[in-house]
Design a protein around this ligand. Structure first.
Ligand code: PMV
Length: 315
């Protein structure tokens, strides 16, 4: 039996993080330079039902049942077996590798889940539809995030730009940029505590909802305008919108000195606009650039303290 491989991109949130948790629209895009991969191989000597998990990046090599109940990889496999109604699957080894930095808002957890779910289901003879892959990965995301909006698993499962509104039914609208645009991603090197940022914001919102509701509304409107600009082939119009969105995120209390510093550095180096991306308080920021400025902005970010920069083109 040949090995089954699934490769899934990383992602950044372009607009609307945090506000998306409160039902406002957000936009996320895949980052194809970063990838999680799952390879499932039949294990001809293994006893029926056994699943071995190998994740050399994190030093993991264990049987499924040796992992704690709520281990994300264990849960991903269990969810597939449950979805397909399979008991006693053929013995296999699932090998997971990833170039997506963890805990930095680049979708590492969601991408690993999607890769494992898709590859393992295919190994069992079922090509799951994207919505189901995403829905199962969402269950795993709850371990990482607590109350995730679902945007991360959605964008990496579709591997396309996605306009996203949570809810039931919510709206998931993959779309294409009418003209490509270039982003520079800069990493503060500080692990992004998404769960804590989301939790702190919730406490603040519970104490005093109105001002936060206004911030969320404003972020949602920005996401709408950004989508129009991208679909109309005028991506550079997103620059000022990014600056506005960053200011709103600062007011939500989810930026930090290092993110603000990188955002400023990108603007000074000629970016069209810049903002934090994802949970905030660390992790990554993004800058929209004209392609011929990309390298200069990336260099300015590194000089300003970014531990890693990635230049990516969104299509
Ligand atoms: O830190 P990230 O990129 O995984 O994303 C968090 C995005 C939030 O809107 C802050 C939370 C969510 O679940 O949407």
């Amino acid at each position: 039996m040949p090995a089954i491989t699934s490769t899934v991109p990383g992602k950044v949130i372009l607009f609307g993080e945090h506000a998306v948790v409160y039902g406002r629209p957000a936009i996320a895009v895949p980052v194809h330079q970063l990838q999680a991969r799952a390879v499932v191989q039949a294990d001809l000597r293994g006893p029926s039902g056994s699943v071995r998990l190998e994740a050399p990046d994190i030093g993991l090599s264990a049987g499924l049942d040796e992992l704690r109940q709520d281990h994300p990889l264990r849960l991903a496999i269990r969810l597939v077996l449950q979805e397909l109604g399979v008991e006693g699957p053929p013995a296999s080894t699932v090998r997971v590798t990833s170039t997506i930095p963890v805990a930095s808002g680049l979708g590492s957890g969601a991408a690993v889940s999607v890769a494992v779910i898709r590859a393992y289901a295919t190994f069992l003879g079922h090509v799951l539809p994207i919505e189901r892959v995403s829905a199962l990965a969402f269950e795993v995301e709850k371990i990482h995030h607590g109350t995730p909006s679902g945007i991360d698993n959605t964008v990496v499962a579709y591997a396309m730009p996605v306009y996203y509104v949570r809810g039931s039914p919510g709206r998931i609208e993959p779309f294409q940029a009418a003209a490509p645009f270039t982003l520079v991603i800069g990493d503060t090197g500080i692990p992004s505590p998404t769960r804590r940022a989301v939790g702190d914001l919730r406490l603040a919102w519970e104490r005093e909802p109105e001002p936060y509701e206004r911030l969320f509304d404003a972020a949602g409107e920005i996401a709408e305008r950004a989508r129009e600009a991208v679909e109309a082939g005028r991506p550079l119009e997103m620059g000022p919108l990014m600056d506005e969105n960053h200011a709103l995120l600062q007011q939500m209390g989810v930026s930090c000195r290092e993110l603000d510093h990188l955002v400023q550095a990108a603007r000074r180096a000629g970016a069209q606009g810049a903002k934090l991306s994802g949970g905030g308080r660390g992790g990554n920021m993004i800058a929209l650039v004209e392609p011929d400025r990309a390298e200069a902005v990336a260099q300015a970010l590194r000089e300003a303290g970014a531990v890693r920069t990635i230049i990516t083109t969104i299509r």
